[in-house]
Ligand binder design. Structure first.
Ligand code: AMP
Length: 305
């Protein structure tokens, strides 16, 4: 079962209380793809400039991520720089240079169009809709968005998410999108916008999955040391949809086993937690599926009662 992942492929400058990295591989699609690659075949769609390091391409290909849809054009790769607060719960963006990402207009290679799973990373909603329209026979589609699109591109965003199976956003975004402070009410309002499933990420506090008939809560995994939370939300998304793709799941009413959905949320949390253990994508240079499954079991033990 192949998963198509669309979004930013970037170089990031990161400062955390543990240190800094001036320019390392990042981007939402990079994190989603790396995380999902432990569960399913991944086909990436993104754009980079001619400064994109061949070693970074090799690293992604080494995780068996399909790169036919990673366009390389003259110019510079998208660059983002952020600094974290002392407790690492807040982050301030210091620089966003869109560079070649400003002209990103994703065109799927023919071989991607018939794939059953689609994850739309945080890009302009109209582009997300355009990608969805290029797929024929997609079984499960979901995506992410951010405050900027919610605030200034609301109509476009609503027209886009109405055809999605799931939306994965953080609590502040859920409140902004719904106009409701209470998360249960916010979730009900968002489920009325189209998606049959909503996952609200709550950073170190975990995540809550909402469907019309049920909700499922998972705490955050307690790490001894968080080095760099960049990409944790995207890795959550990669683990969540990657697991559903591995199991061949569908989210339509009557097609989904609630237990599988719960496991997908746990795998999402597990992948988010691994991401924070090293700077940037570094944890994925050594991480194994056995380590992932061991942490999944640990999660089960420390949440069962
Ligand atoms: P996360 O920590 O899960 O929010 O994801 C962080 C990643 O998102 C970083 O690697 C950035 O390169 C990427 N990113 C930051 N700002 C944007 C943006 N405006 N559009 C797309 N990707 C972004």
């Amino acid at each position: 079962m192949s998963l198509v992942v669309v979004g930013s492929v970037a170089y990031d400058g990161i400062e955390t209380p543990h240190g800094s990295a001036p320019r390392i591989l990042g981007g939402a699609a990079t994190y989603i793809g790396l995380s999902a690659s432990y569960f399913t075949d991944v086909q990436l769609v993104g754009i980079v400039g001619d400064d994109f390091d061949p070693q970074d391409r090799e690293f992604l290909a080494g995780r068996k991520i399909g790169l036919e849809g990673l366009e390389q054009v003259p110019g510079k790769t998208f660059f983002w720089k952020g600094v974290y607060s002392a407790d690492m719960n807040d982050r301030t963006t210091l620089q966003t240079d869109l560079n070649v990402f400003a002209d990103f207009n994703p065109q799927l290679p023919d071989s991607y169009r018939s794939q059953p799973y689609l994850m739309l990373g945080n890009i302009q909603p109209e582009l997300q809709r355009g990608v969805r329209a290029q797929m024929n026979g997609v079984r499960l589609v979901g995506g992410d968005t951010m405050n900027y699109w919610i605030k200034d591109y609301r109509d476009e965003l609503l027209a886009t998410i109405k055809d999605w199976d799931f939306l994965l956003i953080n609590d502040a975004e859920a409140r902004m999108l719904s106009g409701e402070y209470n998360l249960k009410r916010a979730a009900a309002a968002i489920l009325d916008m189209g998606p049959n499933t909503l996952v609200i990420k709550r950073g170190e506090y975990g995540a809550v999955l909402f469907r019309r008939d049920a909700h499922f809560m998972v705490p955050g995994y307690l790490l001894e040391e968080v080095f760099d939370p960049t990409g944790a939300g995207d890795c959550f998304a990669g683990g969540f949809i990657g697991y559903l793709a591995e199991k061949g799941c569908d989210l339509k009413q009557g097609h989904i086993d609630g237990k599988e959905l719960g496991r997908a949320v746990i795998y999402g949390s597990v992948m988010g937690s691994f991401c924070c253990e090293k700077f940037g994508v570094d944890r994925f240079r050594t991480l194994t599926r056995a380590e992932i499954d061991a942490r999944f079991c640990e999660f089960r033990e420390c949440t069962a009662f």
